[in-house]
Design a protein around this ligand. Structure first.
Ligand SMILES: *Cc1c(COP(=O)(O)O)cnc(C)c1O
Length: 427
């Protein structure tokens, strides 16, 4: 696909490139396996000497078409679909970290990722230090250790709504010889392409805006292809020294700038198997075809809702980087010129119980453990997604106990505001 096409065109035209007589629409290759005529050809595929399909856990044509569309949208060299956003972030880290290693993550991240990094990876011997993403470069530099392997952050934090200073994070990561991994779920490549700002690897929960209709849990890992693993080969032996499980093949030598992605596919997906089903990939692709239109409407609606809430006497605070005076307004202007996303957070004056009561007053705005689909919905993280976290951890993760996360959909904005208005009036 021509990289010069704009994101809107890639959303519609990227990925599947039918040849003469092929289906116009991306077909669902609902097949576990692929047939070959000779043993030898199959053997070459298993040795990674030839590319081709042989088993859907490793590669599937439907998934590959969708992954290549997302890679083109992000400006990466390739991508791999995973069964969920959690799997994508796990692979992103585990691809270059092993027992005894350390990495650094912004503390303003999705609750599930916070648990994965802080609790589960620790059980595998990988230690994560969480940092305030707004700390200075000097402070951040001090957190690095000789065994630090990567830096991680979210473009727009879920649900804290912090905007990441990607260039700052990239500078510090690169000055310590490690890559920056950015979870770009909320911004989507329509509104921000972290690779253009210096990130090296991008992840997504495709469950959110990419699917956009709340039909399919999924994730994606995108390789920017620019990080020089060989320049820091002592830190990344998994990429720069022979892999015994592939007859001593070396990823950087054999696959050049796609080394990271090839290792993730050939080794991690082979062994952990969190593949996205081709049917889900098909649905994600349908979502991607309108992503550019939906993001525009999500952002327009969220901006109006944020302004309405900010002017309401019962609302204590609103966090949306599109609001002038928001802590992240300037970073938003820099990294999210076309808009940020449809998600905002706010608190109502009163107690934590008042926040819960407000949620029960809505008519069509629904309480669901979801964000970033076409339907407006709300969540109270302290009692839902983040309930495993202590009060201290909640604050560290940028989640106030009274924080209500509102995911503004693409309905008529006047109807959304009317529903908010009657719910607040009844409080
Ligand atoms: C939802 C989410 C995830 C996890 O994705 P799943 O698809 O639910 O596994 C990761 N990161 C962010 C920013 C998310 O919003």
């Amino acid at each position: 696909m021509n990289k010069k096409l704009s994101p809107a065109t890639i959303c519609v035209q990227g990925g599947w490139q039918p040849k003469n007589g092929d289906p116009r629409i991306l077909p669902i290759f609902q097949s576990t396996t692929f047939k070959y005529d000779t043993t030898e050809q199959m053997a070459r595929l298993f040795d990674l000497e030839e590319s081709g399909y042989f088993y859907t856990r490793l590669q599937n044509p439907t998934n590959d078409a969708v992954a290549s569309k997302i890679a083109a949208l992000e400006g990466g060299v390739g991508a791999m679909l995973t069964s969920s956003g959690q799997a994508a972030n796990f692979y992103a880290v585990f691809n270059i970290c092993e027992a005894g290693d350390h990495f650094i993550s912004s503390s303003a991240i999705y609750g599930g990722t916070f648990n994965l990094f802080g609790v589960t990876l620790r059980k595998l011997g990988i230690e994560c230090t969480f940092v305030d993403p707004d700390m200075s470069e000097e402070e951040l530099s001090k957190v690095f250790r000789p065994n630090t392997k990567l830096l991680f952050g979210e473009t727009i934090a879920n649900p804290g709504m912090n905007v990441l200073d990607i260039e700052k994070f990239a500078r510090v990561a690169h000055s310590h010889g490690v890559p920056l991994i950015v979870d770009n779920t909320f911004a989507t490549p329509v509104n921000c392409r972290p690779l253009e700002w210096g990130a090296d690897i991008v992840t997504h929960s495709t469950t959110k805006y990419m699917d956009g209709h709340a039909t399919s849990v999924g994730g994606v890992l995108v390789d920017g292809g620019k990080f020089d693993w060989n320049a820091h080969s002592d830190k990344f032996p998994g990429l720069t020294t022979p892999d015994a499980s592939y007859h001593g093949l070396t990823y950087t030598e054999n696959f050049g700038n796609a080394a990271y992605l090839t290792k993730a596919t050939a080794q991690l997906m082979r062994d952990f198997g969190s593949i996205q089903s081709p049917f889900n990939a098909f649905l994600v692709n349908l979502g991607l075809e309108t992503l550019h239109l939906r993001m525009q409407r999500h952002c327009e609606n969220a901006q109006k809702v944020a302004e309405y809430l900010q002017g309401h006497p019962k609302v204590a605070w609103v966090r949306y980087c599109g609001l002038k005076g928001d802590k992240y307004y300037e970073l938003g202007e820099k990294y999210l010129k076309n808009g940020s996303c449809g998600v905002l957070s706010f608190g109502v004056k009163g107690t934590r119980e008042d926040a819960a009561r407000l949620m029960d007053n809505f008519k069509f705005i629904a309480i669901v453990t979801h964000v970033a689909d076409v339907r407006t919905c709300v969540l109270h993280p302290a009692s839902h997604t983040h309930r495993q976290l202590s009060d201290e951890q909640l604050v560290e993760a940028g989640v106030a106990p009274d924080l209500i996360r509102l995911s503004v959909g693409i309905e008529d904005v006047d109807d959304i505001i009317a529903d908010l208005d009657q719910a607040l009036a009844a409080l």
